[in-house]
Ligand binder design. Structure first.
Ligand SMILES: NC(=O)c1ccc[n+]([C@@H]2O[C@H](COP(=O)([O-])OP(=O)(O)OC[C@H]3O[C@@H](n4cnc5c(N)ncnc54)[C@H](OP(=O)(O)O)[C@@H]3O)[C@@H](O)[C@H]2O)c1
Length: 231
């Protein structure tokens, strides 16, 4: 689908990658960009329509879909990263919180907006995944599980919404230079570059964007011996 003339809704649009998505969508000629955030007052970019949306709150998801009946592009960007935890209690709580946001959040917005997209001609969904959808690092087990679940959901959604003409793109990347990984010393992709590749894949009619070298290497290694996910 084309960005020009689209009506987009970006979750977690107040900062990080979500902010980069809103900027790029405006620059690409989107007719309207709903910048959804847990706190709409934290949306400061001129030219967007701030919207309250915590993706873990069913009432807010339903209200967003009811209020934004013109959406043609849903960008499921909101996500959290928590470590695997220092003890059993923290491990379970962190894992549940990440599944809630990174998997159930996307599932909820997708269910709510699928009929909106259908009514507007099909449109598209971009899901922000990770190279950790495929592999885990020490301390990222539960995050990887939540992103693997989101990848499976992305693939299921593509099949389920094919008949209504909705294009579904999964975006994979390693470290991206945002608050989420501010404490990690490692090479990082720029948010603008990741977004550019995600939107290029969408405009090309693609199903996936591999936004940096590490995601391309890991994907290529899935079928190697030993495979990239074997650790
Ligand atoms: N940074 C990386 O290295 C990296 C790599 C691969 C994939 N990703 C993925 O890219 C996406 C964006 O991450 P980022 O790097 O931009 O992280 P970030 O800088 O930490 O920003 C996260 C965004 O998600 C929002 N958010 C969190 N929980 C939410 C909820 N329940 N409902 C609505 N919004 C919520 C945050 O809102 P608040 O301001 O209210 O907290 C914030 O806007 C995530 O899905 C992340 O997993 C990131």
């Amino acid at each position: 689908m084309q960005i020009k003339g689209s009506v987009a809704l970006v979750t977690g649009a107040n900062r990080g990658l979500g902010l980069a998505f809103t900027r790029a969508l405006l620059a690409g000629g989107a007719k309207k960009v709903y910048a959804a955030a847990r706190d709409p007052a934290s949306v400061t970019l001129p030219g967007v329509v701030p919207l309250r949306l915590d993706v873990t709150r069913p009432e807010e998801v339903a209200a967003a879909a009811a209020a934004c009946g013109d959406v043609t592009l849903l960008v499921n960007n909101a996500g959290i990263f928590l470590g695997d935890g220092e003890n059993d209690g923290e491990a379970e709580s962190n894992a549940r919180r990440m599944m809630d946001t990174n998997y159930h959040g996307i599932a909820a917005t997708t269910r709510a907006f699928a009929p909106v997209l259908a009514a507007n001609g099909g449109g598209g969904i971009v899901n922000m995944l990770s190279v950790l959808s495929w592999v885990a690092l020490p301390g990222t087990g539960a995050y990887s599980a939540s992103k693997a679940a989101a990848w499976a959901l992305t693939n299921a959604t593509r099949i389920q919404l094919k008949e209504q003409g909705t294009q579904v793109v999964g975006v994979h990347a390693g470290y991206i230079d945002t608050d989420m990984v501010a404490g990690i010393e490692a090479p990082k992709a720029s948010p603008a570059d990741v977004v550019a590749q995600a939107l290029a894949a969408l405009e090309a009619g693609g199903f996936e964007a591999l936004a940096d070298d590490i995601s391309r290497q890991v994907k290529a290694g899935l079928n190697a011996q030993p495979p990239s996910y074997a650790g």
